[in-house]
Ligand binder design. Sequence first.
Ligand SMILES: O=C(O)CCC(=O)C(=O)O
Length: 285
Amino acid sequence: MNMRKLTQDQKDCWAIDGYLHLPGIFDADEVAALAGDIDALRARPGWEPMSGMLPRGHYGWVERNPDLDPEAFMDRRDVLPYGQRFIDLIDRPEVFDLVVDIMGPDILFSMSQAIVRPSTRDFPGYTHTDGGEALRRIRVTETSRPLAMKALYLLSDVTDDDAGAFTVYPGSHFRPFPADRDPPLGPHSPGCVQLKGKAGDCFLFPHALWHGPAPNHSGKARKTLLYNYCQLFLRAYDFGATPTQYFDRCTPRQRRLLGDLGHDWRPGDFFYVPPDQEAVIYGRA
Ligand SMILES: O=C(O)CCC(=O)C(=O)O
């Protein structure tokens, strides 16, 4: 299968700024369908942040989001079980092909997430890297493949400042970053850029890039889907074990990305790749 490759301009953007803006991945119908899918998650059980009850960044099981208003805050992890559209987004060709071009074929799908950022004066935004405390202290070089990266899909237009934009510090994945300032650097600090985009656009960025949400004073909620990928020797963050329960709804490539190596687990797995890895990921299997 012929997979898409980064253009030279995209390679330069990735190498220098550390992110890519891919406009128009979804058309208006698909945006509406996915936004509807996200709205429907609120009433269903799942993983959501448990502020104050668990270490920061951990999630707890809830029977439903406390607020059923589709414009209210929501941060739902592991959206794959909720529907085929969420599963099929794992290897959406217009985006996944570029992920493979950037990361190589020996990768896992590590995490999915649906976030709604309401319009509010109470949330100032924040800046962080992904992958927690450990990955924050690892910087790969310009010529290295990333350890992990993310696709952020916008399901709302973000055309103004402080409308819940995804913000980045371009190039920060290659530089020491003053992460210990008090107050911490955030979406209004020098060097931070609020990325504008339309519903249906996607942003790609490595976990090592300093980034985060801007405040949202726009009067409407900003909805996003986030899909993460990591090198095969790392691990997925959404599952304690390979999520076989929805394998019957996955293609062979999707199953491989979810950790199905084609045999029961044995030591050496994920460290050395299965012989058919490239054929499966490049879609020839
Ligand atoms: O835009 C958001 O709401 C969060 C995005 C982000 O910071 C992340 O995916 O780590």
